[in-house]
Design a protein around this ligand. Structure first.
Ligand code: HEM
Length: 231
């Protein structure tokens, strides 16, 4: 059961995409309400994560479903996959329009869903000398703050776009994070051959997502025309 739960990202991504298709307009219209509800849930989960650490409760084995849904990183990853793909679909295509209309909301909610994951696992990650997730989280902070419309309005558009180019570093770090967990830490700590194999399968699935994203992004980004004046 808990081995199947490790694949939850690949269930959350299509579910979230369906949510965006059917309720994207609702999300866009009532974004603040969504932020407040999700922030309450994830802050409560973050506080519970601290309590679990202090009390030495191993959530992964005592409540595997609760752990997988809120703490293992699958929810935050699903949000960021849709944020990434919003920038990769062809301009004016239907998926681009649908995803782009709620890109800010998805990025903000994705960051909020990162809170319980980061709070519960930061010591484990850093004590294993794996700073990939933590670095992604730290780079996300200024992007999260400046994603809110009220803050964005106060910035020069050029400065805002320059800052938000950091998103590509975040995507790279997220890939390294998932690759290191499913390969290196899987090799170091697997309990059965099945667990080892399933770790590699997850690595291949995560890699496929990032390869498809990169190919689409490169293909669909309009090239700047080089004129004699600009060359
Ligand atoms: C402070 C930031 C972060 C820390 C400390 C952290 C730490 C960890 C640790 C220790 C694990 C292994 C957990 C386990 O085996 O059950 C893990 C797994 C995971 N993390 Fe993170 N992480 C961080 C940020 C992120 C970010 C930014 C994302 C994606 C947006 C992410 C997505 C995931 C996913 C999907 C898994 C499950 C991987 C798998 O086993 O298939 N994490 N993280």
């Amino acid at each position: 059961m808990s081995l199947a739960l490790d694949f939850l990202s690949f269930v959350f991504i299509p579910l979230l995409a369906l949510f965006v298709v059917y309720f994207g307009k609702h999300l866009h219209k009532h974004e603040t309400l969504y932020y407040i509800v999700v922030a309450i849930i994830t802050t409560a989960a973050g506080i519970f994560a601290v309590y679990a650490q202090v009390e030495g409760i191993d959530l992964a084995s005592s409540s595997p479903i609760f752990y997988a849904v809120l703490f293992q990183g699958h929810a935050t990853f699903a949000f960021f996959v849709l944020v990434m793909f919003a920038g990769a679909f062809k301009n004016k295509s239907k998926p681009k329009k649908v995803l782009f209309s709620v890109r800010r909301e998805l990025a903000i909610l994705g960051f909020l869903f990162l809170i319980p994951h980061a709070v519960l696992l930061v010591w484990l990650a850093l004590s294993n000398f794996n700073p990939t997730g933590t670095l992604a989280f730290l780079i996300m902070i200024p992007l999260f703050v400046t994603s809110f419309r009220s803050v964005k309005k106060k910035m020069h558009p050029k400065a805002w776009f320059k800052l938000h180019k950091l998103a590509y570093w975040i995507y790279a770090l997220i890939f390294l994070h998932l690759a290191s967990i499913t390969i290196i830490f899987n090799l170091l700590g697997y309990e059965s051959t099945l667990e080892l194999i399933l770790g590699f399968v997850r690595f291949l699935l995560y890699t496929a997502i990032f390869i498809v994203y990169t190919v689409m992004k490169v293909r669909n980004t309009p090239r700047k025309k080089v004129t004699p004046a600009s060359a």
